[in-house]
Design a protein around this ligand. Structure first.
Ligand SMILES: Nc1ncnc2c1ncn2[C@@H]1O[C@H](COP(=O)(O)OP(=O)(O)O)[C@@H](O)[C@H]1O
Ligand SMILES: [Mg+2]
Length: 504
């Protein structure tokens, strides 16, 4: 094995801030090397330097032993380096094959040879056992398919080194397995892979080596055989992880009730079939299920974002069915939305402006009606930033400059900050690192112990099991099972999630 890539003492400064500080990183031939670290640790920055999207402030890069300096991705691609970004960059109206060959189209007599493109893509996909239909339009492709297209595109460009930035964040567990198999096959055929992730199980399952970053510096680099999930977690977070806080015994009255709710266009197959559910005070009810089985519709029906065809939603016995979204919020419903980019934030607004969304109506924070009293509000936001370790340069920074995990933490802090009696937490830790996950879990349990009712929707089974007092499973728009905290084994939940039956 020889060294394919060497990044030596690489530093990247943004103003006075060190995003990368004297990082040394190496990649061997046919190696899968994972880079892990909390949100904001500097992983993406380091890879953007390797791919020519950023120039380092100091330090050197070598490819196959030769010094290089890239001022654009084109130069990196010429040296065999390809990158699959966190957010895909495909043309939805073009076909799979067109997206893959773009910029390197096969031609005959000076014209684009579509047939050849299709057959080349077919062959390329087959050689790495990837299933994809080259003639399908990208807009009809699932997230998993889009990712395969991105990987194939990079391979088509002749990459020998492939960088994947958090590729598993958007995938279902089944798709993750498929990706891992693909990566292993690529490595077997001589490609070198760099995978950024913060899921330790995935790292242990696929990587040969792991490099851990924290605050822009390398805190450790290990061969997979000489480390453990615990050690990696400690290197990432810089401290030992805490236990989940103890749960106070609760036996509260029913706070939220969903009764026989049906959602869907008349005549069409309903997306919610007679769903009934109760959440008591001081209770976390977890909804498990593969995403797309009615969880989103259930949340929308409770929060008032979609109308229900029949049934009722009540709080403390009173129907909220006729109330608007805003009126339901006033009644004490908070919501950590599943898709934080679509619902959770205003992208072009500042951290402070996003933090106060929803607070402008609260008297205590107003100076004039509807105008926020910044002097009163600022300490609150500052407290959230500390409590959740939100990495931001200032309150005035535009929110979309923050990493995804830090945005998520801000949304969670803001919604918890309302101290409302009922909270919907949808995928509250999607895309966040272990340290942030721990803080969010802790905060949810604390709210529960204070008597709030929480409806947790998560596709992560481990999260459901860690937090829930009671677990209900949704499948094809119905509630197909309910389990107490003690009886809910991973196996039982999985069977119900797949539409099977569990015998008591
Ligand atoms: N263009 C930029 N300007 C200023 N700060 C930046 C810029 N890009 C990244 N950062 C900061 O650098 C740090 C590392 O970011 P990043 O490499 O994206 O982290 P990771 O990928 O590990 O989550 C973060 O604190 C981030 O806010
Ligand atoms: Mg990143």
């Amino acid at each position: 094995m020889s060294e394919r890539i060497l990044m030596k003492n690489v530093t990247k400064k943004y103003g006075d801030f060190y995003a990368n500080n004297e990082i040394t990183f190496s990649l061997q031939d046919a190696e899968i090397h994972a880079i892990i670290g909390e949100n904001g640790a500097g992983k993406t920055t380091l890879m953007r330097i390797l791919y020519g999207l950023e120039e380092q402030t100091s330090g050197s890069l070598y490819v196959n032993g030769k010094p290089v300096r890239f001022s654009s991705p084109t130069e990196a691609i010429k040296r065999g380096i390809g990158m699959v970004h966190q957010h895909f960059m495909l043309f939805p109206h073009l076909t799979v094959a067109e997206n893959i060959v773009i910029g390197h189209e096969p031609s005959s007599a000076g014209l684009f040879n579509r047939k050849k493109a299709v057959s080349q893509v077919k062959e390329l996909a087959a050689s790495y056992k990837m299933t994809i239909d080259p003639t399908k339009k990208v807009k009809h492709c699932s997230v998993g398919e889009q990712q395969r297209i991105e990987i194939l595109k990079v391979l088509y460009q002749g990459a020998e080194t492939i960088i994947l930035d958090e590729p598993t964040a958007v995938l279902t567990p089944h798709e993750v397995k498929g990706l891992m198999d693909t990566l292993k096959l690529l490595a077997t055929s001589g490609k070198s892979i760099i995978i950024i992730t913060h899921k330790l199980k995935e790292v242990m399952a696929c990587a040969n080596r792991i490099t851990v970053l924290r605050n822009g510096e390398v805190t450790g680099s290990r061969h997979v055989d000489e480390t453990s999930e615990d050690e990696l977690a400690t290197l990432m977070v810089g401290r030992d992880l805490k236990e989940v806080p103890p749960r106070a015994a609760q036996n509260g009255a029913t706070h939220l009730e969903v009764k026989n709710v049906v959602v869907g266009e008349k005549g069409e197959k309903p997306t919610l079939h007679h769903v009934s559910l109760q959440v008591k005070q001081g209770e976390i009810v977890g909804i498990a299920g593969v995403s797309g089985n009615g969880q989103s519709e259930l949340i929308q029906a409770i929060t008032g974002l979609i109308p229900i065809e029949s049934g009722d939603v009540t709080m403390d016995g009173e129907s909220v069915n006729e109330l608007t979204v805003y009126e339901r919020r006033q009644k004490g419903i908070s919501h950590i939305p599943e898709d934080r980019y679509q619902w959770g934030i205003a992208k072009s607004a500042s951290v402070a402006e996003n933090a106060l969304m929803g607070y402008q109506y609260i008297d205590a924070y107003q100076s004039v009606r509807g105008v926020i009293n910044r002097r009163r509000f600022r300490p609150l936001v500052t407290k959230w930033i500390e409590q959740f370790a939100i990495k931001t340069n200032s309150l005035q920074q535009q929110i979309d400059q923050l990493s995804g995990g830090n945005i998520q933490k801000l949304v969670v802090a803001r919604e918890l900050g309302h101290e409302s009696s009922f909270l919907i937490a949808a995928e509250p830790t999607r895309g966040v690192d272990i340290g942030a996950m721990e803080r969010i879990h802790e905060a949810l349990i604390e709210r529960r112990n204070e008597g709030a009712s929480i409806l947790l929707v998560s596709s992560e089974l481990s999260e459901i099991r860690t937090l829930s007092d009671r677990i209900v499973v949704m499948f094809e728009g119905k509630i197909v099972g309910e389990l107490s905290r003690d009886e809910a084994t991973e196996e039982k939940i999985s069977i119900l999630m797949a539409g099977g039956t569990v015998h008591a």
